[in-house]
Design a protein around this ligand. Structure first.
Ligand code: FAD
Length: 370
C-alpha cells in the first residue's frame, strides 16, 4: 500500500516508521526538516499521570509510556542514536493543603505501584534533592517519570524510517490534499501531484489548514510554549522538578531545561521578555541556586491543540483513505509510540487494538458547506 504522510514531526516520523515496518511504501512530506516545529521544541518529559482517575487518555498515555524503554533500545539498535533516556523520576513539590490532597488521591491511583508514586516529607526532600528551596516542605515523587532528548528522538525516528524504506522529502510543503469522489487520491506539492492509496495528516498545529484545502474544517490551534535552557555546571539537580508554573529537566547532555509557557497567541514566532522572565523567576523560586547558571538558549514551539485538549486520531469520516493524527497538545512526545502503532493498525487492518472512541476526528470535523 502506498502512503503519504504529511508532516515530519514526531507523529509523522514515528507513524512512517511503523507503517514501513508493516510493509507499506511510505513517503513523508515535510515542508522544513524533521522535528523543525513542536517536536524539536519540547522538553521530552514522559509523565503519565495527569489526574487521579483512570481516563481513556490516561490509558493511552500509560500504554505509550510502557513502550518507551523498548522504543529507545530499538531506535538505538537501528540508528546508533542515543536519545538520552533518563529514568531518575520527577519531584512534584507540595506547597498548599490542596496540593497535599491531590497528591494523596494519586497515591491511591490504580497505577500507583506500576509508575512508582511516593510521598516525601521535608527530610526526604532535603536529602534527595538538596537544591530545592527550604520552602518546599514535602513532595510527591514519581519514580516512573522519565525523559528523553526529543530533538534526538525525532532524528532517530526519521533515520529509522529511512532505514526501513521510507522516502523522506524535506522542503516539501503540501498545498492541498486531493479528494475526489469521497477518496483521498494524494497531495499537491509545488503544483506537482503525488498519488497514493492513503494519506495521513500529521501536520501538528497546521493540520487545520490542510483540512481547509479540501473544504473541511478541523479546529486544531497552536498553543505556544516558550522554554529556556541553562548550562548545568555545576550540576545541582538530579531529578526533574514539576512545580505549579514551571518544570525543570536535567538533561544527560548537561543542559537544564526550564519550561514552559502555554499561550494563545497564534503563530507568534519569538520568545518574549515576559515569557522567559516568568519561567526563570518560577524556577529560581523553587531552586534558588540556579541564579548564577549561564543561559545557553531560549526557544518556542507550537503545540497542536483541540478544543477538548485530547488528541485527534483516526479515519476522516466520509473520505476513504484519509487519516489524521494530531492535537497531541502537551503530550506528543509521550504519545508518539502508541499513536504510530494505532495509525498503522488502522491504515493496514482497518481496526485499532485499543478503544479510541474518545479520540476520533468525527467529534470536530465539519464540512464547510454545512
Ligand atoms: C515548549 C513545549 C514543550 C513541550 N514539552 C513536551 C514534553 O515534555 N513531553 C511531551 O510529550 N510533549 C511535549 N510537548 C508537546 C509536543 O511537542 C507536541 O505534542 C508534539 O511535538 C506534536 O508533534 P507533531 O508531529 O504532531 O507536530 P510538529 O512537531 O509540529 O510537526 C508537524 C510538522 O508538520 C510540518 N508541516 C506543517 N504543515 C505542512 C505542510 N503543509 N506540508 C508539509 N509539512 C507541513 C511542520 O513543518 C512540522 O514539522 C511540548 C511542546 C512544546 C511547544
Amino acid at each position: 500500500m502506498k502512503i503519504l504522510v504529511v508532516g515530519g514531526g514526531i507523529i509523522g516520523c514515528a507513524s512512517a516508521y511503523e507503517l514501513a515496518k508493516a510493509g507499506c511504501a511510505v513517503t513523508v512530506l515535510e515542508r522544513s526538516t524533521p522535528g523543525a516545529e513542536a517536536s524539536g521544541a519540547a522538553a521530552g518529559l514522559l509523565t503519565v499521570l495527569g489526574g487521579s482517575a483512570v481516563t481513556a487518555f490516561g490509558e493511552l498515555a500509560l500504554e505509550s509510556w510502557r513502550r518507551y524503554p523498548e522504543v529507545v533500545r530499538e531506535l538505538r539498535d537501528r540508528t546508533g542514536i542515543d536519545v538520552e533516556h533518563v529514568t531518575h523520576g520527577t519531584i512534584y513539590p507540595l506547597a498548599t493543603a490542596e496540593d497535599v490532597r491531590a497528591a494523596e488521591a494519586k497515591l491511591r491511583h490504580p497505577w500507583a505501584r506500576e509508575i512508582g508514586i511516593e510521598a516525601w516529607d521535608a527530610g526526604d526532600v532535603r536529602s534527595r534533592e538538596p537544591a530545592l528551596a527550604t520552602s518546599v516542605r514535602g513532595a510527591m515523587f514519581i519514580r516512573g517519570d522519565h525523559w528523553v532528548n526529543n530533538q534526538r528522538l525525532v532524528v532517530a525516528y526519521a533515520q529509522a524510517a529511512v532505514g526501513a524504506g521510507v522516502a523522506m522529502m524535506t522542503g516539501a510543503a503540501v498545498s492541498r490534499i486531493v479528494v475526489e469522489d469521497g477518496h483521498a487520491r494524494g497531495v499537491i506539492v509545488d503544483g506537482e501531484p503525488y498519488e497514493a492509496d492513503a494519506v495521513l495528516l500529521a501536520a501538528g498545529a497546521w493540520t487545520g489548514a490542510l483540512a481547509a484545502s479540501f473544504g473541511a474544517r478541523l479546529r486544531v490551534e497552536p498553543r505556544k510554549g516558550q522554554m529556556v535552557a541553562l548550562t548545568h555546571v555545576p550540576q545541582i539537580l538530579t531529578h526533574a522538578i514539576h512545580g505549579e508554573d514551571v518544570y525543570l529537566v536535567p538533561r544527560a547532555s548537561g543542559e537544564l531545561l526550564i519550561g514552559a509557557t502555554v499561550e494563545q497567541v497564534g503563530f507568534q514566532r519569538s520568545v518574549t521578555a515576559i515569557g522567559i522572565a516568568g519561567l526563570l523567576t518560577a524556577a529560581m523560586t523553587l531552586v534558588p541556586g540556579l541564579a548564577s547558571l549561564p543561559i545557553s538558549r531560549t526557544w518556542y514551539g507550537f503545540r497542536p491543540w483541540a478544543p477538548d485538549s485530547l488528541p485527534i486520531l483516526g479515519p476522516w469520516p466520509g473520505i476513504d483513505g484519509l487519516f489524521v493524527a494530531t492535537a497531541h497538545y502537551r503530550n506528543g512526545i509521550l504519545l508518539a509510540p502508541i499513536t504510530a502503532r494505532l495509525m498503522t493498525e488502522w491504515m493496514t487492518h482497518g481496526q485499532p487494538s485499543l478503544d479510541v472512541k474518545d479520540f476520533l476526528p468525527d467529534r470536530f470535523i465539519k464540512d464547510r458547506r454545512s
